[in-house]
Design a protein. Structure first.
Lengths: 320, 286, 433
């Protein structure tokens, strides 16, 4: 494939001459092109905008946050003091903080289990030969493109206005009140919203994963007399594991960092019943004037997520 | 005997097929029902809704939309969202390919490998840990406005963007073409602009679609950066704030929800396949 | 075909955005204009006000009191007529206190803001030099001297106080008459009245627990239940006393649980606006709150026959009426147009305008010569005439940021009924841990 290239400017002509004069005369195909200096310089320049942005807006705040977590700054005041690990100590000894963490973990566990199982199941169904397959898939995927805050707000209205009407009309006592106004049911109600929207993307991923399994393997299992269930357990599922682990990671991350749905509905209430880790960090930083404390909470959360990710990676390596 | 067995099998298969359809349709109902409610409530007057929440509207009551569009100035916020999304995407389509080309073609050098690892691992950093010091930084720089938000979107798009584009370049763009260009005397810049960038179009489009959806729908960052003034609100912020004002008159709130879903729906219907593939690929690679 | 469509759509969108993009800079908030020399020198005179492209000075007024939005719309219009070169934009956002605190912590303060002069967050602003010192301004002479020192810090005034409030119970006179009830003078009488109402099938109280009514009511109870609460909070914070040393914390907690038994259906699903609307429309007999609710009640139902009474203490204890500075105006030290902002404050301190505010709002004014013509608030305001048996709202004595957690714990208390857990929780918050 030959390309017609025309040096566009005199500068480029000049550069071409300069390059040819200063570089190795022998031009094997695989050698690095042009003068090492000019090429490397340009490659380096290409990286500059992104690297500068990243260093200044991500790495620097990250380190800043770590620093502040060792102080007692309330976020507004002029002065603050260095307190070492006092904030971290507080986190592990504060009953409310610990219950928030526990609640978020439980929420994440439930979300992951339900979404993963549901999405794999739906993927199997949607992968079968049937009429209207693409219509079904389109509709099942649709929730993923909507804004989480819109979905949260819609469900907020449904829970607050619609369901109580239905409940009292049908005489179901438990439903006559808004599900979001009782500490016992609020988190479950929010979990439902999260599952509603959170199953869409994993389902599509699972479908892709299923389609990647060559049908011959499944056919041969059937030939060997395996029942559908056996075939699923011993053939499909193991081959689907990489996809499933991706889905699990997605769900774990979105569960641990759940914020939008809570903000749209209960804002952490009633009391602390729907307070998640992310909500608490936000409140401490911007409402409760506990800036340094929330920085410490953020750091701990970061370490937690990193540990979980490492465990996840290690598990999937072992499985392979 | 054999005929009987076949019939049994066929019946069993038909039954399973029926069950599958049933399950899928129940799921369909669960998904579409909130959307149906949104549509129906937006088109009803408050009195009609209190009479019967579920029924179809008796006539197209457009007053809710009128209130949302004119009184609450809905299209103003669409414009805000659009400006921010487009500016962010333009920046991303410039910065990400630039750096990913460098990194992809220089992975044997320490500096570039370092960048790659640093950027990609950034995807693991939860927003909550960055949010507090980042907001402080932005306020110190007087960037608590739309441009600051756009800047942050550029920064946040780097992790996943780099991951996807680098793997695309490494697997999808053969080095030979570039080599040929270099032999003909073209410089790196020229090669990039005229040859590589055009070949990167598919992945750039993918990344842009993913990022477009994320930025358009994003709530947390605008909440922190733009909540100070009504003039700056994006669509998600507007919905959040609007709904608080109208907890009692929720028909208008639903009208607002409906109006904000429409652009996404159009986008989805047009670009369905690309969106599905793009998001799935992004998630898998990440 | 689809790709082409995408390309066309994107380019159209881009063009539209770019064309309108020039408008991006001018739609930004005042804070993002290049503020080079922000004068932190409070009260600096001779600062030239920066004028915008249309020759007018633009000010932002951040309003935290949603009930008075309409009042300000009228007053601002009048001010702009008298001062054609100044334009004021009133900003009302949901959850204004949170937004303001976020703006405080990001250094993005509004030009003019309203607040509560004794609030811990206000104190924080004063301590960090975020507000302009108004002590020497001419218009401060309009403020009643004996009320002024209640809102001063170290002898300096950082705000123009507008009105004060009082809290108690609003009751529906018609419902009370129809059921032969008299205004309760002890807590026990109040509960007896509630029971009578409940038996008659009338909902006694409207609680708006979704909007921290539990926390607010607990504070109101504490004012009467803890005789020396003003010291109590300070002592608990510095560690010389504990919550368990004061019986009043427990009784207040028990009372709020009891009161909620006389609430409407689903109080946690009821918002502030909804609850007031319920009371105004006669669906409940009473609502616990302060005279700040008056404008909203009158808006919802101008014909309502209602009055107020103090929240009665238990038998044998003294009933006290809690009060606080309900509304004040302050100027942020980062405001670029201080002269114009001071003009607006001077305008608000004029007797005529303060009278208008007081008439609409119903609260006693700080401004000399302004009369309070509101009948409904009279029973509560009696207490101010003698100055006896009033106490400042407890949350004014707390540290900034405590109120949110304490409100959440109060919500938990009402949901679970667990008084002991509640007391433990507030101990750790109030002691600063």
């Amino acid at each position: 494939m030959s390309l017609q290239l025309k040096p566009v400017t005199r500068l480029q002509l000049f550069l071409k001459e300069f390059i040819m004069r200063n570089s190795d005369r022998s031009f094997p195909c695989r050698q690095r092109r042009g003068t090492k200096l000019t090429t490397r310089a340009i490659f380096f320049l290409f990286t500059l905008p992104a690297v500068l942005l990243y260093l200044y807006f991500i790495v620097y705040p990250l380190l800043n946050g770590l620093y502040y977590s060792l102080t007692d700054w309330n976020g507004v005041g002029r002065s603050y003091q260095f307190v070492g690990l006092a904030n971290y100590y507080k986190i592990f000894h504060d009953k409310t903080s610990l219950s928030v963490v526990g609640r978020t973990f439980l929420y994440t566990l439930l979300l992951t289990v339900i979404c993963t199982a549901l999405s794999v199941f739906l993927a199997i169904l949607l992968n079968r030969e049937m009429k209207g397959k693409s219509v079904f898939r389109s509709i099942y995927f649709f929730p993923a493109v909507l804004s989480s805050i819109t979905i949260g707000l819609i469900f907020n209205q449904i829970y607050n206005s619609l369901l109580p009407q239905v409940g009292s009309a049908l005489g179901i006592g438990a439903l006559s009140h808004s599900l979001l106004s009782s500490g016992k049911t609020a988190m479950w109600a929010i979990l439902f919203i999260n599952v509603w929207q959170g199953t869409a993307l994993p389902t599509v991923i699972a479908i892709a994963g299923l389609q990647a399994i060559p049908t011959e393997i499944r056919e041969s299992a059937k030939m060997d007399g395996a029942s559908a269930w056996q075939e699923f357990c011993h053939v499909t599922l193991p081959l689907l594991m990489p996809t499933v682990s991706v889905i699990i990671i997605l769900n774990v991350r979105s569960g641990l960092m759940v914020f939008d749905y809570i903000k749209a509905t209960t804002d952490g209430g009633p009391g602390f019943a729907t307070m998640s880790i992310a909500m608490e960090i936000y409140k401490h930083a911007f409402t409760d004037m506990k800036f340094a404390y929330s920085s410490a909470e953020s750091t701990v959360t970061f370490l937690l997520i990193t540990v979980i990710a490492i465990i996840q990676l290690w598990c999937s390596r072992v499985k392979e | 005997m054999r005929l009987d067995l076949n019939e049994q099998e066929r019946k069993k298969k038909a039954f399973i097929q029926f069950l599958c359809y049933l399950f899928l349709i129940i799921g369909l109902f669960l998904i579409l029902f909130p959307m149906y409610l949104t549509l129906v409530t937006a088109l009803k007057s408050p009195e009609e809704t209190s009479r019967n929440f579920f029924a179809l509207p008796s006539s197209l009551y457009l007053e809710n939309f009128n209130q949302v569009i004119h009184k609450a100035n809905f299209f103003y916020y669409i414009r805000n969202s659009l400006q921010i999304t487009v500016c962010a995407l333009l920046g991303i389509s410039f910065i990400v390919p630039l750096i990913s080309y460098s990194v992809a073609r220089n992975m044997d050098r320490v500096y570039y490998k370092l960048i790659y690892v640093l950027f990609v691992s950034g995807a693991f950093i939860p927003f909550t840990i960055l949010m507090v010091p980042q907001i402080k930084l932005m306020s110190m720089l007087h960037l608590m406005n739309s441009w600051g938000l756009i800047l942050l979107y550029w920064v946040y798009s780097l992790s996943e963007g780099l991951l996807l584009t680098v793997s695309f370049i490494q697997s999808g763009i053969p080095k030979e073409i570039e080599e040929a260009a270099y032999i003909d005397g073209a410089g790196v810049f020229y090669t990039f602009v005229r040859i590589v960038y055009p070949m990167m179009k598919p992945i750039i489009v993918s990344v842009m679609i993913m990022d477009a959806l994320w930025i358009w729908n994003d709530f947390q960052l605008p909440l922190l950066m733009l909540n100070s003034s009504q003039k700056l609100w994006t669509l998600p912020l507007f919905q959040y704030n609007f709904q608080s004002k109208y907890t009692v008159a929720y028909n208008q709130a639903f009208a607002a929800f409906l109006l904000s879903i429409v652009p996404i729906m159009i986008f989805y219907l047009l670009m369905q396949k690309q969106i599905m593939e793009g998001l799935a690929a992004g998630a898998v690679k990440g | 075909m689809k790709k082409k469509l995408l390309a066309v759509t994107l380019s159209a969108a881009m063009t539209a955005a770019l064309l309108a993009g020039c408008g991006l800079a001018s739609t930004g908030s005042p804070a993002d204009t290049d503020a080079e020399d922000v004068s932190a020198d409070a009260g600096a005179e001779g600062t030239s006000d920066t004028k915008d492209a249309d020759g007018k000075i633009h000010l932002e007024y951040f309003n935290v009191k949603s009930e008075v939005t309409g009042i300000y719309d009228t007053l601002i219009e009048k001010f702009e007529e008298e001062n054609p070169d100044i334009e004021i934009e009133q900003v009302n956002v949901p959850d204004p206190t949170t937004v303001l605190q976020t703006r405080m912590s990001t250094g993005d303060m509004p030009d003019i803001l309203s607040h509560w002069a004794t609030d811990p967050v206000f104190k924080e602003m004063v301590n960090n030099d975020m507000l302009v010192d108004l002590t020497d301004q001419d218009f401060m002479k309009n403020v009643k001297p004996d009320m002024l020192d209640g809102v001063e810090y170290d002898g300096k005034a950082y705000c123009l106080p507008i009105s004060t409030n009082a809290a108690g119970i609003f009751y529906n006179k018609d419902i009370f008459d129809q059921n032969g009830l008299e205004v309760p003078t002890t807590y026990e009488e109040l509960i007896a009245d509630c029971q009578k109402l409940k038996d008659a099938g009338i909902v006694p109280f409207a609680f708006f627990n979704q909007d921290s009514h539990s926390g607010q009511t607990v504070e109101l109870l504490q004012v009467s239940d803890i005789p020396d609460f003003e010291d109590a909070f300070a002592k608990i914070y510095d560690g010389s006393a504990k919550v368990s040393d004061y019986e009043g914390f427990r009784t207040a907690a028990e009372k709020i649980v009891e009161l909620n038994q006389y609430a409407q259906d689903d109080p946690f699903g009821t918002t502030y606006e909804q609850a007031i609307s319920d009371f105004a429309n006669g669906e409940t007999a009473m609502i616990i709150g302060g005279i700040w609710m008056i404008p909203t009640i009158n808006e919802d139902n101008p014909d309502l026959n209602y009055s107020t009474c103090a929240f009665p203490a238990s038998e044998g204890m003294t009933t006290k009426v809690p009060y606080q500075n309900d509304h004040c105006l302050a100027i942020s030290s980062t405001c670029e147009n201080k002269e114009a902002a001071l003009k607006f404050l001077a305008f608000m301190a004029e007797k005529e305008n303060a009278q208008y505010y007081a008439d609409q709002d119903g609260s006693p004014s700080y401004i000399e010569g302004v009369e309070n013509n509101n009948e409904a608030s009279a029973p509560l305001l009696q207490y101010f005439e003698t100055g006896e048996d009033i106490g400042i709202w407890p949350d004014q004595l707390w540290q900034p940021g405590m109120i949110d957690s304490l409100n959440s714990y109060a919500d938990e208390l009402v949901q679970s009924g667990d008084v002991d857990a509640y007391l433990e929780n507030i101990q750790s918050v109030l002691s600063g841990q």
